[in-house]
Design a protein around this ligand. Sequence first.
Ligand SMILES: Nc1ncnc2c1ncn2[C@@H]1O[C@H](COP(=O)(O)OP(=O)(O)O)[C@@H](O)[C@H]1O
Ligand SMILES: [Mg+2]
Length: 643
Amino acid sequence: MRLSLKTKFTLATSLLVLAVVAVVSALYLGRLTSQVLHQADDRARFVAQQVFLACQNALADASETGRAPRSLKPEDIREYVRTTLDNSSPLNSLIESAVGYSPTIYEITISGDDGAVLVSSDASKRGQMAPARPSVDLLVHGGFINQLRTLYGPPQTYEYSLPFSLGSGPFGNIRIGLSSTLLRDEISPGLRSAVYWALGSVLLSTLLALLVSRITLAPLERISKQLDRISAGEFDFEPAVARGDELGVVSTKITGIGKQLHDVREIFSTLRENLDQVMQGLGDGLLLFNAEGRAVLVSPSVEKFLGGRVEDLRGRFVSEIFPARHALRGILRVEGEQIESVESTEVTLERGSHPLRIRVSAQVIREHGKRMGTLVTLHDIETLERIGNQLQVSERLAALGRVTAGVAHEVKNPLNSMRLWLEVLKANMPIDPEPQQAVKMLDSEIDRLDRAVKTFLNFTKPVEINLEETDLRALIEEVLDAARPSIAKAGLELSVDLPGNFPPVLLDRQLIHQCVLNLLLNASSFTPPGGRVTINLQRQGDYAVISVSDTGKGISPEDRGKIFQLFFTTRPGGTGIGLANTFRFVQLHNGRIEFESETGIGTTFRVELPLARTEAASPASSAQPLPLAKVRDFSQPFATEKR
Ligand SMILES: Nc1ncnc2c1ncn2[C@@H]1O[C@H](COP(=O)(O)OP(=O)(O)O)[C@@H](O)[C@H]1O
Ligand SMILES: [Mg+2]
């Protein structure tokens, strides 16, 4: 059982008072008892003396009136004394009044030398042997506890005995009987009042203690409430107890601590917000475990690596996030709730149908040699490689753009003059078939070269881009109208999945129309009859994502790095311009294009375009720290050329 401070205080005070009262009462009672016993003893002694005198007088009177014992035989002497005393009225009235008026004297007996009762206040005892009784001295000098035990035990009679002599030798005893019951009645009122006083003072002190504890502990209660408020996150700016004493000082200090805590909380929540923002943009998955092995920080991209939601992962233990048989458990060297330091290690995670290649590392964080926690980093290798590829391609395109612009002009002029001279040659040619054939070949080759140069020039020509808030669904429907005949002709099924409503996207309708059309036409060219072409539109964060998939022959691993290059084609009669343009146009929108392909199974192209409502949607704002910021920089030559 736990007692409150108030109860303890009250109880302690009451017990203290009780102890003091008990000691004082015991002393008082001791004194009272000893006083009563001494008084009784004194009175008994005094009465005995008086009785003795009365006896002497009675015997003296008798001898004066000439009476004498019959003989000197002891029986005769005894008989003589007995009758004399018996007939002495002063003696008898003395005995009677002493027994009647003295509160403690129970009996007065005079016995002879043989022990038989001569005279007694109790007439029935006359002639019998006087009973042997303990001396009152035993009681008077018996000690307090003993006295109390005797007085409050079974009734008993004590005796004060005064021996007296007759003539030469001892004759008998005057015995004063003192009853323990009568003695007790003398003490009891004192005892009772002592008990009343004790009870009264204990009661009074309890009440006082309650009152005092209430008054003195009230500030403590207020301080305790103040602490409760602080731990609940409410902060006072005034002390709960405004006083100059120790409690006031404590309360002021607690208020100070509360203020500090409030500031720390504010700093902490700002930091947390900043951290969340930083982590939001982080491609790597970060998991920070504290010393107990609980995840205190989980970056949003961890979802991509481990599945599950960030909110569910936060606060979980190592053993819950990496349970037995988890692919990362062995690599992270999990033991109990602890993860050991691990150098960056590559591992493939089976995530549904698509395996994810990642790099994992763990770092134990220590402070003053004490383990504070562990930071686990998950790094997506493939995405990084893809971004790297995009960078390379756009870099190449940019370089190409710069070079071709000059070279194409240099090539075009000689080409024109070559054609002129060829016409001159044709006019003056013999009719021989062989030179005629050679000139024809030259003519068609010059044509081809001319076309290539035109394409070059076309590709590097600045593009005028007209951004408009556009309903992307409607735009895709338009593209589909244009692409349907080709898809049908290729013997393919088309499936379309567009959401009911979609936020507007800021884009150049013509350019994006062309991009999507290119993707659909490619899909239909590279998919054998009976296959399927799928297009869908989704929203992912601040991006609109258009994906075009087919069940075609796929892109071979050697070609995957080249498909965005100008003139790269594997299609007989192909130009290799489609994807190069598509890439460029998507870049101009600050978007990104990615693909996944598996030979013999199919290809999926994804085009991501920023949504209109965010800042990032404006291609002009290049200061936004988007993951593809670098790609946009490389596309700048195109973007500036057009102006
Ligand atoms: N859906 C696709 N499936 C398979 N290969 C494709 C697909 N789309 C593009 N490719 C490959 O990329 C190359 C370049 O495409 P593109 O630039 O459109 O030029 P073209 O269509 O003239 O060949 C194609 O020749 C082909 O090898
Ligand atoms: Mg094409």
